[in-house]
Design a protein around this ligand. Sequence first.
Ligand SMILES: O=C[C@H](O)COP(=O)(O)O
Length: 329
Amino acid sequence: MTVETAVPAPAAANDLRNPGMALDLAMFEGHAVNRSAAERRAASLTTRRSVKKDWQAAWLINAVRCIDLTTLAGDDTAERVRRLCAKARQPLAPHITEGLGIAGMRLTTGAVCVYPTMVTHAVRALEGSGIPVASVATGFPAGLMPLHLRLEEIRYAVAEGAEEIDIVITREHVLSGNWPALYDEVAAMRDACGPAHLKAILATGDLQTLRNVYAASMVAMQAGADFIKTSTGKEGVNATLPVSLVMVRALRDYLDATGHRIGFKPAGGMKSAKDALNWQFLMREEMGRDWLDPHLFRLGASSMLGDIERQLEHHVTGRYSSASRLALA
Ligand SMILES: O=C[C@H](O)COP(=O)(O)O
């Protein structure tokens, strides 16, 4: 078997938006989440699996397809964004793609994710590539701005050419159990997105309980989120597997109740190829192969691609090169 044949076949494109639905508290109120069961289940994903070498390379190639290659730093510049976009167009060095037998595959990352004022640079740098630009918005990362300004920021990013908007929610609405306020906020943001897909960042590290994570996931989906996303990368605790499991179970329950397929984006603090494998195992075991496709799954990361590239180079050459040798995003 070649690596190429081991790459999961792309699922049918999920171009259908989540239309959302009326707020329905019955879908989450009283829903208990057992933390130790979630932790045990998450741990089982990382310990009991050994992946054959060729399959491991295929999983890592698939992870590259699903990365939202991100820069969200205060010192971002047009030049840094252009370099990131060049990396998104060609995520692996040519000797690695040739060695893997996938030089003809036109492998790219799933998207490039930037701040609103950087969207224009990313759109220009990605022209003709088919790679969408995602913009954070709504006062990322804390979101503590008047709603009309947050909505205006969404409209600005969409006008600049962003096809995906990563919004942040008001954590206080979750912490106080004010579900109508959370629903109205996300629904207004969905409306401001127009044709752009909305990813709702729940900032799970701020939400205190897994029950809150489940409820916030459900409300965001009911309000029309196309993806639910764990974290901004700026909270004290960012993406973890137990929290991701709870969110994925929520999107499975939403699918069962409504028939709508919602995407999932773990983000923040994921740096290794092992992380890329673990989150894909979670998606395959909980949701099936359709959720191994960028239309339904993204890995939000600013510094994971480098380790994936190193591991794939090792797969090809049998050696690890120094981290500085590969052009790193
Ligand atoms: O949305 C993506 C995250 O902000 C990336 O976080 P990271 O810099 O910890 O990888």
